[in-house]
Design a protein around this ligand. Structure first.
Ligand SMILES: [Zn+2]
Length: 80
């Protein structure tokens, strides 16, 4: 049995609504370069950009984008 993606998104939004602040996908997209570089540098992104981190945890679309970006950033950092 499969849950329709729209229903999943609604469920996720319901969870997100309990947070005081939240980022939209657009907000996250704007910060994704910076966030990904911070991750690649081993920075504590949960502290630096908690709202981005939080969004990625609940948004598969943005997480996919982030993971693709992270691969690119890591590939550009030999020896890291
Ligand atoms: Zn998103």
């Amino acid at each position: 049995m499969q849950i329709p993606i729209d229903k999943l998104k609604t469920m996720v939004r319901g969870v997100a609504r309990t947070q005081e602040k939240e980022y939209s996908c657009d907000d996250v997209y704007q910060l994704l370069d910076e966030f990904t570089e911070a991750v690649a540098q081993g920075k504590d992104v949960a502290k630096l950009m908690p709202l981005v981190q939080q969004h990625l945890e609940m948004c598969p679309d943005c997480r996919e984008e982030f993971e693709a970006l992270l691969r690119v950033v890591r590939a550009a950092q030999p020896g890291a």
